[in-house]
Design a protein around this ligand. Structure first.
Ligand SMILES: [Zn+2]
Length: 136
């Protein structure tokens, strides 16, 4: 947990550490299967398509479109009280996988399904930078 914000921060695992390293350096990373080319998120030990463990990390474009979204009006904890209302969306990345993240950089009324968005990162703790998206 970040001492500064009081907001919870994810704890990296062996499988997710390369993803979080990417976020910290400003790039969204996805796993691509060396056997079948399947691109997946969230990170796993095995390919979700063919079950091989031969997965490679690659930089994603950081762009996608909103598949669906929700407006959060009641904070999940006091640490988020000053931010409501805000938008959480499922973003379908150009590479295929879907990622859940907050949407920023526009009015809530302007968020719509199909909106083209691009990733940005916010520092949550010394180690963790979280992806958010804003309209392109
Ligand atoms: Zn595969």
């Amino acid at each position: 947990m970040s001492a500064a914000s009081g907001k919870p921060a994810p704890r990296p695992t062996v499988e997710t550490q390369p993803y979080w390293d990417g976020c910290r350096s400003g790039e969204l990373r996805l796993q691509r299967c060396a056997a079948c080319e399947h691109v997946q998120f969230p990170p796993r030990r095995f390919c979700a398509s063919c079950l091989t463990a031969d997965l490679r990390w690659e930089s994603a474009s950081g762009r996608g479109r909103i598949r669906t979204f929700s407006v959060v009006r009641h904070p999940i904890s006091l640490a988020f009280a000053a931010e409501v209302p805000y938008v959480v969306a499922l973003v379908e990345l150009d590479e295929g996988p879907t990622i859940m993240a907050g949407i920023r950089g526009c009015q809530i009324e302007d968020v719509e399904i199909g909106l083209a968005v691009e990733v940005e990162f916010e520092q949550r703790s010394d180690e963790i930078y979280l992806p958010y998206f804003h309209p392109c």
